[in-house]
Design a binder for this molecule. Structure first.
Ligand code: ADP
Length: 381
């Protein structure tokens, strides 16, 4: 191998060389002084933010990243400026960055504080994450759309269920009016009627709460969740649909299960989808066989497993995997998105979703989720 002459090495190792190299890097790189003022910005920074490189020199970095004020910067870059040769992995932080024209975009920012020629310098690199966030937003919108469409299937049975307490409230109010017109007024009877009205009102608002919880559109909310109560809520939501279809839903929930960590709305969406699929699969079976059995139990020390078992037409061997692909549907009105979205959701929760045929008849869908609370997850990040 040919050796590189010492003078050639010197010429490629100086400040100019570093500048040349930084100019070629396809991500935004800046150096900052101790006060967070920009000492150097590479051309990619100028392109990304719509400034001329020179126009940035001496300006505070919060011009580009408004939340990177000095105190925040000091916090994130860490206290000490590392001596030369001290190489440690840099954590990335999510921020909103602002272009010269005022538009904002999502960025990941890494900060590295080090000593260079006895100066304390912070190296900052800014990665434009617009595409990733857009993709994430589209995925969330799609999940929301399928959730709303799934709820659409339940609309008429839910309207019917809501009508029951409303009708009961009306007839109770009419009865109370009659009692109040009587002389003497039977106060005990009126009190009882008012209690009934409160109960019916509670029933109606509980149903509305459950519907709103599922169709809600919002950001991911990670929390410690009690899977048992999530399942119960969804089962109550599909109760009237099950009655209309002549399906019995059974619940078998192991006691004292630890929480899982995740987004409640998304997990509800998965269970709702699996239950409605189980109902659809039993459309053509005799009424006595229409049973959807939901179980929740520990699978191991680390996993909790939900199983939704039906006695429907089951899955042919080729379908076992195909059904999880987007747009695969065997239903005339189907979208074919429910299972693929459900699998993505469960994957994001570091769990597993799969299907098996039952020995006697029908299929069982399993969802295995890792045990863990939100605080523990935050610590392990
Ligand atoms: P969709 O319900 O809109 O068809 P899904 O992704 O939820 O979309 O389901 C895809 C397909 O998987 C269904 O059309 C059906 O053929 C099959 N499938 C889902 N669940 C079951 C089940 N419990 N039993 C038999 N087949 C099922």
């Amino acid at each position: 191998m040919n050796e590189i002459p010492a003078d050639a090495l010197a010429s490629i190792s100086g400040d100019a060389y570093v500048r040349e190299a930084l100019a070629l890097v396809p991500i935004s790189i800046l150096t900052l002084d101790e006060q967070g003022r920009i000492l150097m910005a590479n051309p990619e920074t100028a392109v990304l933010f719509g400034y001329k490189c020179d126009a940035l020199i001496g300006r505070p970095v919060e011009l580009l990243v408004p939340d990177l004020q000095l105190d925040n910067l000091v916090l994130l870059r860490g206290g000490a400026f590392a001596p030369p040769g001290f190489h440690e992995r840099t954590a990335l932080h999510e921020f909103s960055a602002r272009r010269n024209n005022g538009t904002e975009f999502q960025a990941e920012i890494g900060l590295k504080a080090f000593q260079f020629d006895e100066n304390n310098v912070t190296l900052a690199f800014i990665i434009d994450r617009t595409e990733r966030y857009e993709l994430e937003r589209h995925r969330r919108d799609l999940a929301h759309l399928t959730r709303v469409s799934t709820m659409g299937q339940l609309a008429s049975s839910l309207a019917h269920e809501l009508n029951q307490p409303l009708t009961a409230i009306l007839s109770n109010v009419q009865a109370a009016q009659r009692f109040l017109a009587a002389d003497p007024i039977d106060l005990a009877e009126v009190r009882e009627i008012l209690n009934d009205i409160v109960q019916d009102d509670y029933r109606a608002s509980e149903l509305i709460r459950r519907i709103r919880a599922v169709v809600k559109k919002g950001d991911l909310e990670v929390a410690s969740l009690d899977l048992a109560s999530i399942i119960r809520d969804v089962v109550l939501l599909v109760r009237s649909d099950a009655i209309v279809r002549g399906i019995k839903v059974t619940l078998d929930i192991e006691g004292d299960l630890p929480p899982v960590c995740g987004d409640k709305v998304q997990l509800q969406q998965v269970i709702l989808n699996l239950l409605l699929n189980a109902f659809d699969a039993m459309n053509d079976v005799p009424p006595t066989d229409r049973v959807a059995a939901v179980t929740l139990a520990r699978e191991s020390d680390q996993m909790i497993c939900i199983a939704i078992r039906d006695r429907g037409h089951g899955l042919t061997a080729d379908k076992l995997d195909k059904i999880f692909k987007p747009f695969f549907t065997s239903k005339p009105q189907g979208l074919g998105l429910g299972l693929s979205i459900s699998r993505t959701i469960i994957g994001m929760h570091r769990g597993r979703l799969w299907a098996e045929n039952n020995i006697e008849r029908g299929a069982t869908f399993f969802v295995a989720l890792p045990v863990g609370d939100a605080a523990g997850q935050a610590e392990s990040r």
